[in-house]
Ligand binder design. Structure first.
Ligand SMILES: NC(=O)C1=CN([C@@H]2O[C@H](COP(=O)(O)OP(=O)(O)OC[C@H]3O[C@@H](n4cnc5c(N)ncnc54)[C@H](OP(=O)(O)O)[C@@H]3O)[C@@H](O)[C@H]2O)C=CC1
Ligand SMILES: CC(=O)[C@](C)(O)C(=O)O
Ligand SMILES: [Mg+2]
Ligand SMILES: [Mg+2]
Length: 493
């Protein structure tokens, strides 16, 4: 098999990268009807598998799980996830032949093996559904021509797909029909119904393509969403320890700070997040985030370039073939960091204190969101897609860090995202070493406003506010958030 994207002429590459239509809520009035009474069989019951299934069942759909024999016999976590939630579980032979829709929620590295195992068992004219396009686009998987192939991709970690649904909201979702596999023309209706079943229509849905989803998802997860949150958290914690800040305080500030800070981002964009700072802190955060953008821009561009060329997929698949050697090495190294090994202290930190004492993270988030958005758009990804993949998903990833640090983030996200996160982190830390040498506790650990009279140059403040508000991510974000009428504030620490 060959990388499908690389077989396309440039014209078609750009065409498929640019597929991105925001879908009006009126396009979902048929709800889940296209799948009502159909048998939905999920392969795999992990981060996405369990949480999507819980939402689909609550939306009135018939969901069961098919697992590997060894998972059932060995009562593995996936078997526990499914049975403890009272889902029917069966082997491939038992459940796949009856399935109208088979949902492949196994790790990307297993997709070729899994699809080769289940495809012969799928009935004539059934549908195969993915939540990420890697297998089709980066590996060029060929699917039986009588089968319909669709994608419903939540721009969100599995745990938050469920958490937002339970709050009465949902998560932004990209849907797509594989142009090579839509023989009955039913793909779009089924993708829309499935999307309603997961609650995605309440947050925002883009009619996308397998290509557009993959090339943006890999970029978002490697850079702003996981990579930079990991790098920023570790560097912030280490700086506080170096400067003598209490370890328990430092750990709590980092573990919960990014969730509190990015909750403002989710509700009102970079503008609302920066407005939570004092005027003098906002100007400082703006200035250092401009410096961070200059330092990290080449790395963000390299990640996007390697994703577009297929180079990223090639090196990750080399690691797959090498028994996940680098993934496991980097996972272990992350677990050994001081931040990961220091429990959050039993200390009170007020909601505003997370902003005033963690100006550095505000700067990291602005720099990362703007850089990821700019780099994706320059590469041909449409602004709506870039917004969901950079700004809106950052707080959802931050929710996992607040739960159980970087361990939880790297457990919940896909192995593909985890690999990309470490790849970025390995390169970004040394890139920032000179920058971090200049950072002191006024930017991380202590209140930036302490000992300062708060006076600002009005023209400078006006210039900074204008620069923040005029960024394209703020323009498109204001429009997309208007459709998020069901968004709920989350309870932060
Ligand atoms: N994680 C996330 O938040 C997101 C993931 N995605 C996509 O969703 C898909 C699933 O990812 P994710 O939920 O993270 O996966 P997980 O790693 O959380 O779960 C994988 C599931 O697949 C099973 N599995 C593993 N290997 C095999 C195999 N060879 N054959 C059959 N089943 C197997 C596992 O069960 P067991 O090992 O017990 O057999 C487990 O139930 C991927 O395509 C990913 O890119 C998309 C958006 C976000
Ligand atoms: C959670 C999500 O959207 C990721 C980061 O793309 C993934 O886990 O693959
Ligand atoms: Mg993603
Ligand atoms: Mg992903």
């Amino acid at each position: 098999m060959a990388n499908y994207f690389n077989t396309l002429p440039l014209r078609e590459k750009l065409n498929q990268l640019g597929v991105c239509d925001f879908m009006n809520s009126s396009e979902f009035l048929d709800g889940v009807n296209a799948l009502k009474g159909k048998k939905l069989v999920v392969v795999g019951c992990g981060a996405q598998g369990l949480n999507q299934g819980l939402n689909l069942r609550d939306s009135g759909l018939d969901v069961s799980y098919t697992l590997r024999k060894e998972a059932i016999e060995g009562k593995r976590d996936s078997w526990k996830n499914a049975t403890e939630n009272n889902f029917k579980v069966g082997t491939y032979e038992e459940l796949i032949p009856t399935a109208d829709v088979v949902i492949n929620l196994t790790p990307d590295k297993q997709h070729t093996a899994v699809v080769n195992a289940i495809m012969p068992l799928m009935k004539e004219g059934a549908t195969l559904l993915y939540s990420h396009g890697f297998n089709i686009v980066e590996e060029g998987m060929q699917i039986r021509k009588d089968l319909t192939v669709i994608m419903v991709a939540p721009k969100c970690p599995g745990s938050e797909v469920r958490a937002e649904y339970v709050r009465g909201f949902g998560v932004p979702t990209l849907i797509a029909v594989h142009p090579e596999n839509d023989p009955q023309g039913k793909g779009l209706a089924q993708a829309k119904a499935y999307c309603v079943g997961t609650g995605g229509h309440r947050a925002g849905v883009l009619k996308s393509s397998f290509v557009a989803e993959v090339k943006s998802d890999l970029m978002g997860e490697q850079t702003i969403l996981c990579g930079l949150l990991q790098t920023g958290s570790i560097l912030s914690f280490d700086k506080m320890i170096e400067k003598g800040i209490d370890a328990g305080y430092a750990s709590k500030l980092v573990q919960y700070g990014v969730e509190v800070i990015t909750e403002a981002l989710k509700q009102g964009g970079i503008t609302a997040m920066m407005d939570r700072l004092s005027n003098i802190a906002k100007i400082k955060a703006f200035e250092i985030s401009e410096e961070l953008k200059d330092i990290m821009r080449p790395l963000f561009q390299k990640h996007q370039d390697d994703i577009m060329s297929g180079e990223f997929s090639r090196i990750m698949m080399e690691d797959w073939a090498n028994g996940d050697k680098n993934l496991l090495k980097w996972r272990a190294e992350t677990g050994e960091t001081a931040f990961e090994k220091t429990p959050a202290g039993d200390v009170k930190i007020g909601e505003q204190e997370y902003f005033d004492n963690y100006t550095l993270m505000v700067a990291f988030v602005r720099a990362g969101v703007e850089l990821a958005f700019e780099t994706m758009v320059q590469a041909g990804i449409k602004p709506e897609s870039a917004y969901y993949e950079s700004l809106h998903e950052t707080p959802l990833i931050a929710n996992t860090i607040a739960r159980k640090k970087l361990f939880e983030m790297n457990r919940v996200i896909s192995d593909t995202a985890e690999y990309g996160c470490y790849l970025f982190d390995q390169a970004c830390k040394p890139l920032l070493s000179d920058f971090m040498k200049k950072v002191d506790t006024d930017l991380v650990g202590k209140n930036f406003n302490e000992g300062k009279d708060g006076a600002v140059d009005n023209r400078k403040l006006i210039e900074v506010n204008e620069a923040i508000r005029s960024h394209q991510v703020e323009q498109i974000g204001a429009t997309l958030r208007k459709a998020m009428t069901a968004m709920k504030a989350i309870k932060t620490a």
